[in-house]
Ligand binder design. Sequence first.
Ligand SMILES: NC(=O)c1ccc[n+]([C@@H]2O[C@H](COP(=O)([O-])OP(=O)(O)OC[C@H]3O[C@@H](n4cnc5c(N)ncnc54)[C@H](OP(=O)(O)O)[C@@H]3O)[C@@H](O)[C@H]2O)c1
Length: 290
Amino acid sequence: MIAQRYNGRMLTSRRIAVLGAGNIGAALIGGILKGGVAEPGNLIATVRTAERAEELAARYSITVTAGSNREAAQASDLVILAVKPSTLPRVLEEIREALREDQILISLAAAVPIALIEKVIERRMPVFRAMPNIPVVVEEGATAVASNGVCTAAQRQIVENIFRAVGVVAFVEEDMMHAVTALSGSGPAYIYMVIEALIAGGVKMGLSREISTRLAEQTVLGAAKLVRETMLHPAILKDQVITPGGVTISAIHELEKHGLRSMLISAIETATHHSQALTRSLMGKFGKEG
Ligand SMILES: NC(=O)c1ccc[n+]([C@@H]2O[C@H](COP(=O)([O-])OP(=O)(O)OC[C@H]3O[C@@H](n4cnc5c(N)ncnc54)[C@H](OP(=O)(O)O)[C@@H]3O)[C@@H](O)[C@H]2O)c1
């Protein structure tokens, strides 16, 4: 495959298969279409059930089949594996014979290393491992991507274009995927807890649930946007909100007493170790050293 075929302009004419169009897979399809990364006629998706297939086909005007992963993979230049990690080995075995070395394989499966994918498909081809997060549904995802040794810069660009359609993208070494999973993969759950608690605090102090919710969600959204747009360290932005002897510093003293920052650091450390243990167990199960 010549490099020229991999540039962004040509990507719109490439055929993409999304195997397992659930929450993340369907969100990617939405982003790919909205961002003009591929035409509807060049997108195929598979799911498990006929009902889900019908629903997605109607929503996106693309071909969606229940099963038929092998046919979808065969007909595509780029195959996105969006099934659950437990289903992945079965789907890989199903499509193995249909894969070609001029295709690109992208796995979204948490904790499944590229080495395991290569072992099951029994061939050396461009394989990317991506860890998106759930805000891809609203095109505000954070996706980290790792690749094997045969992926070219042009192929990385293609993969970047796909995930850029649903948020921001960072390339990392594969051994950093555990930390990525702990930070941004699971991260939305931590932030939902923060939002939930802010709402509860407002309600406790007499605000209506509705107003408290609107204020809490916008506060998190606005604070994040300010970090991105000013590129200032969050500690500097925090200091800008604090008036000596004022209200904010009294709240911050409480948060420090309860160890908010230390708690989050520990949460990410624990989740990273958990992800590493999951991968070790997967590799053990499939008879290969992690
Ligand atoms: N959710 C997250 O926040 C997140 C974040 C990062 C990475 N991931 C990774 O993304 C992947 C998908 O997660 P998800 O949350 O989107 O899961 P999900 O909503 O359960 O989606 C899985 C999809 O796979 C389909 N499926 C099951 N067996 C299949 C088969 N044999 N052939 C074709 N399709 C099949 C299911 O079809 P039916 O709908 O018909 O059952 C479903 O649509 C996982 O590997 C996960 O580790 C998820």
